[in-house]
Design a protein around this ligand. Structure first.
Ligand SMILES: Cc1cc2nc3c(=O)[nH]c(=O)nc-3n(C[C@H](O)[C@H](O)[C@H](O)COP(=O)(O)OP(=O)(O)OC[C@H]3O[C@@H](n4cnc5c(N)ncnc54)[C@H](O)[C@@H]3O)c2cc1C
Length: 444
């Protein structure tokens, strides 16, 4: 039985996984590159809000902190679309009572680390940057804040060090499949401030979207009455981060494109030129396990953020690994192999879903055809809840495998095409006809 497990990276995956493993009695050592964010040095500026949904909540529940986190999260029951004229269109995400939750990345990470403090068998080291990993021996090396080299040896090493994983570098030998695809778009964090009474200036319980085809802005609510906005736009070309290179151009652009909220963004110019421009990458690789070293979370499968599922998927990784260690009675070799086999198809599926949703949010979300399609889909979910579940619902509000959601989404698309192209909308309430149609078209 392994005694000591080293986690490289104390972010969201590392924080949650450390708790799962400590509960099983392992000695868990977490090495984190950044300073200890519990000391108040958390840096925003890189999308500080995340949409937490059913899979992620389940991970937090299993770790016993869902209640704490949901207390500081804001439910978002639908998308609120803003057109250039400031007209609003609202689409519920799911049924009555279903919501996704806006939560601060920093608050969540801090809470996970605080929770880890309760376990004497979790040992955390901050300001330790991993520079080397040897899967044969379980040796990892770090540079600490003073520049000293430090070595660690463990029975099991897990790379929870994110999309640009140092642990993954040790996997880059023959028969390791690896690909990374960058989007032409980047992202920048901006802010809509509260009004003079500290209240929300936009509808609080929505994820706001300004879809503009080649670029878009989204805004998620925070408990302080402000919204964290993320502007997604191309790095180069017309309407790009490169072309908006003076305060005047940025102001003019925002007045034209986001005129209904530009006056609610007093820090726009400082934020635009002060905050970093993030990149968007889909990273796929396999295998995720080499000897007694494994990858988990973004280090194994970084995805673009347009389904709001990256962290949710990472938390699901933690649940699956936890269950497989129990199932295999602590035999790590079997558990890790079963983990990678179980998770890889689902990680690939959510990566594809995120890319699909990028196109949907960017190009389609504001169009009439799209809104109509969403209405038909919504009617089907309301009228035939046992027979029809939207892909969004399966991905966001269920824990059915992502691969199933991807496959069902393709079938749902055919059904929706059939209804819309056949102008069958007025038969949506004809139960005998519709039940037959749904069963026929969604059958295997
Ligand atoms: C703009 C944006 C919006 C997003 N929105 C959502 C959302 O709404 N919902 C959602 O579910 N997901 C979202 N995500 C995805 C989510 O942020 C990631 O999936 C999640 O953070 C991955 O967690 P992780 O712990 O695996 O990696 P990370 O969060 O990247 O954490 C890795 C940790 O490892 C540390 N580290 C890195 N290198 C080293 C090293 N060499 N040595 C030691 N430590 C190291 C880092 O400092 C960090 O603490 C979004 C992502 C982006 C970019």
């Amino acid at each position: 039985m392994a005694e000591k497990v080293t986690l490289v990276g104390g972010g969201l995956s590392g924080g949650l996984l450390s708790v799962f493993l400590a509960r099983k009695g392992y000695e868990v050592h977490v090495f984190e590159r950044r300073p200890d964010m519990r000391q108040g040095n958390y840096q925003g500026g890189r999308s500080i809000n995340l949409a937490l949904s059913t899979r992620g909540i389940r991970g937090l529940e299993k770790a016993g902190i869902a209640k704490d986190i949901l207390e500081i999260a804001i439910p978002m029951t639908g998308r609120m679309m803003h057109d250039r004229a400031g007209n609003l269109a609202y689409q519920p995400y799911g049924k009555e009572g279903q919501a996704i939750y806006s939560v601060s990345r920093g608050a969540l990470n801090i809470r996970l680390l605080q929770l880890a403090d309760a376990y004497p068998n979790i040992h955390m080291y901050f300001d330790y940057k991993c520079t080397f990993c040897d899967p044969e021996t379980g040796i990892t090396r770090y540079t600490d804040a003073s520049g000293n080299a430090v070595e660690d040896k463990a029975d099991i090493v897990i790379g929870t060090d994110g999309a640009f994983s140092a642990v993954r570098d040790a996997f880059m030998t023959s028969r390791f499949n690896y690909s990374q695809t960058y989007e032409a778009h980047g992202y920048k964090e901006l802010e809509i401030t509260p009004d003079e009474n500290g209240e929300f200036r936009l509808q609080k319980n929505s994820l706001h979207i300004w879809p503009r085809t080649s670029f878009m802005m989204i805004a998620l609510p925070n408990p302080g009455g402000n919204f964290t906005c993320t502007l997604f736009m191309p790095f180069e070309g017309e309407n790009s981060f490169a072309s908006l290179n003076t305060p005047e151009l940025v102001t003019e652009f925002f007045k034209k494109e986001f005129g209904d909220v530009v006056d609610m963004m007093p820090g726009l110019i400082d934020d635009f030129f002060g905050n970093p421009t993030g990149t968007l990458v889909t990273m796929r690789c396999y295998p995720w396990v080499k000897q007694n070293t494994a990858l988990l979370g973004d280090s194994a499968h970084a995805i673009i953020p347009f389904y709001g599922q990256g962290m949710n998927c990472c938390f699901e990784d933690c649940i699956v690994l936890d269950e497989l260690i129990a199932e295999n009675e602590g035999n790590w070799s079997k558990a890790l192999d079963a983990y990678q086999k179980a998770r890889k198809p689902n990680a690939d599926a959510i990566a594809s879903l995120a890319i699909q949703n990028f196109v949907e949010m960017r190009d389609l979300v504001g169009t009439e055809a799209f809104l109509h399609r969403k209405h038909v889909e919504h009617d089907l979910t309301e009228l035939y809840p046992d027979l029809f579940k939207s892909q969004y619902e399966l991905t966001t509000f269920h824990t059915t495998p992502y691969k199933y959601a991807l496959d069902m989404g393709a079938k749902n698309d055919k059904l929706l095409n059939h209804i819309i192209e056949g102008k069958l909308e007025d038969r949506l309430t004809d139960r005998t006809f519709m039940e037959y149609l749904i069963q026929q078209m969604l059958a295997d």
